[in-house]
Structure formats: structure tokens, C-alpha cells
Write a protein that binds this ligand. Structure first.
Ligand code: SAM
Length: 285
């Protein structure tokens, strides 16, 4: 969890220079421009399909990052009662606010730790939490908090990455980063798959008082037409921090090449197509 902490402290200022411009590019920008369209937007739509928001409902997007779930709800056209995104990263929230403003989306963006939510009890009808539970330093406290801010019978939909052995793109990233940027960088990727056991997940939800808990392994096939662009963007834009911009150019290039090699059949010489496997959890408070 040190990685998340270091991101939280540094993300307002951390940047690398975009090779094509003089604009600083934060990892939150890269996360949004590279990872969100390829990975997080498809997952957001999967969660919305499984827990469709209803008119009038007050919806929380917990650990919202750059706000993709909230934007997809707005795009769905359902007239929800309110939209609130909460995240502990100021940098991610900055991007969420900018994108919401561009689409005239009325949402509240709140900087908060999942373990201490600044909301009154029984405020929300529905909560989403996409690819974040695994990073919470105190998962029981976060689920207790979520239960507190949800109305009785409120719905939740989560997705949490399954094991590295089932996720070839992440496995290739972990190995390439370990080799070229050191063990901490590799560990940051392994942490993405750090809560993969459905029994452990079920126990966490049960202990926090959730019921009607359904956990399903779901595979989405994701793709990007330009594997090299995806590679440098992905490894430079992980929510766990930019793992590439501190490296010398040739090291960065080697990390990208090792990543592409590690992809095996998922790389066709130009594009990348890979299975992305997560546990999807739906439950009621
Ligand atoms: C992989 S990103 C997912 C973001 C977003 N849900 C999405 O689908 O794009 C994980 C997010 O969890 C947030 N996060 C991690 N630990 C947190 C905590 N303790 N409290 C609030 N947010 C946290 C990070 O800042 C990051 O935005």
C-alpha cells in the first residue's frame, strides 16, 4: 500500500513531459487517455449492466478515479437523483472535474478516504466501486463506511481484478517493470491482483453486513490498435504512479519491448488484444 500512499502525496505535482508538446502530462492524464478507454470504460459499462441505475437514485462512485463510471451513468441518460464521486487522489479528481465540466455534467467530486467518508448515513441508493477495493489499506473499514452511507437495501456493484496468472497483460507488465524499473515497480502491478480470492471477498462483504452477495468471474476481451502506444501509456499512467518517466530512454524502450514480448499471442505485431479477468460483486446493504 506504500505505492498508493506515495501517489496520493505526490499526484498534484508529478508529471513527465509529453514528447509532442511542452505540456506537462500527469499520470492521471495518462491514466485517463490510455487506460480508461481501453480498460475502465468497458468495465464501467459491465457494472452498469449488472446494477442499472434507476431514475431518482442517489449514486456514489467510490474511488472514482477520473470519474469514468459517473460519466457512463450520465451518458446512459437515466435521470438519477444525484451523482457523487469520491477518491483520495486530488490529481484523479482534477481530471474528473475537467471532463465533467466539458460535458456539463452535474456531479459532486469529493476528496476522501474510503475508510472515512464525509457523507451522512443513508445518503445513497446505489454505489459502484470499480477496481479499487484491492488498494484500500483497511478494507473492512471501507465496507463498513459504505454500508453506513447506503440506505437499507441499497445496491452495490464492485469489480476487482482476479489473479495475475489469469491476466496476461498485467503479468507482462509486472515482469517488464520488475526487470527494468526494479522490484517495487513490479510489485505495484502485482498489487492490482492482490485481492483475487472470491471467498476472501465474500467474507469481507459478509462481515460488513451486506447480503444477497453474488460474485462472478467475468472476462472482458480488451484491445488497442497500437500496442506500443498502449504500453508506454499504460506503464506511465498506472494509478499506482508513473513507473517509466524516471527511467533513461533506452531503459524505457527496453521495458516496452519486454512487455510486448511477454504478451505472447496477445500481441499481433501491431495491436494488442487480451483477456482481462475480474471478480464482479453485486450485493445489498
Ligand atoms: C484503478 S483506479 C480505479 C479508478 C476508477 N474507479 C476507475 O474505474 O477508473 C483505483 C482508484 O482507487 C483510488 N483509491 C485507492 N485507495 C483509496 C482510498 N483509501 N480511498 C479513496 N480512494 C482510493 C485511487 O486514487 C484510484 O483513483
Amino acid at each position: 500500500m506504500i505505492f498508493m500512499e506515495s501517489v496520493k502525496r505526490s499526484d498534484r505535482g508529478a508529471f513527465s513531459m509529453n514528447r509532442n508538446s511542452t505540456q506537462p502530462v500527469t499520470f492521471a492524464d495518462r491514466y485517463q487517455s490510455v487506460l480508461v478507454p481501453v480498460i475502465f470504460e468497458p468495465w464501467a459499462n459491465e457494472l452498469l449492466r449488472r446494477a442499472p441505475p434507476r431514475p431518482g437514485e442517489h449514486v456514489l462512485d467510490l474511488a472514482c478515479g477520473t470519474g469514468v463510471v459517473t460519466r457512463e451513468i450520465a451518458r446512459s441518460g437515466v435521470a438519477v437523483g444525484s451523482l457523487t464521486g469520491a477518491d483520495h487522489s486530488a490529481g484523479m479528481l482534477d481530471v474528473a472535474r475537467q471532463l465533467a465540466a466539458q460535458m456539463s455534467l452535474d456531479a459532486l467530486w469529493v476528496e476522501a478516504d474510503a475508510g472515512a467518508l464525509p457523507f451522512e448515513a443513508d445518503r445513497f441508493d446505489l454505489a459502484f466501486c470499480q477496481q479499487a477495493l484491492q488498494f484500500f489499506p483497511d478494507r473492512p473499514a471501507a465496507l463498513d463506511e459504505l454500508g453506513r452511507v447506503l440506505k437499507a437495501g441499497g445496491r452495490v456493484a464492485f469489480c476487482v481484478q482476479r489473479a495475475l496468472s489469469e491476466n496476461p497483460m498485467l503479468r507482462a507488465q509486472a515482469e517488464a517493470l520488475e526487470k527494468n524499473a526494479g522490484p517495487d515497480a513490479g510489485e505495484a502491478v502485482r498489487a492490482i491482483c492482490g485481492l483475487s480470492d472470491p471467498d476472501e471477498i465474500r467474507g469481507l462483504f459478509e462481515d460488513a453486513g451486506f447480503r444477497d452477495i453474488e460474485i462472478e468471474s467475468v472476462t472482458l476481451t480488451l484491445h488497442h490498435p497500437d500496442a506500443r502506444a498502449f504500453a508506454s501509456g499504460a506503464m506511465g499512467g498506472m494509478h499506482t504512479g508513473d513507473k517509466l518517466s524516471g527511467l533513461e530512454n533506452d531503459r524505457t524502450n527496453r521495458a516496452v519491448e519486454d512487455f510486448l514480448k511477454g504478451l505472447g499471442k496477445c500481441f499481433d505485431g501491431t495491436g494488442i488484444r487480451f483477456p482481462h479477468v475480474s471478480n464482479v460483486i453485486v450485493a445489498r446493504s
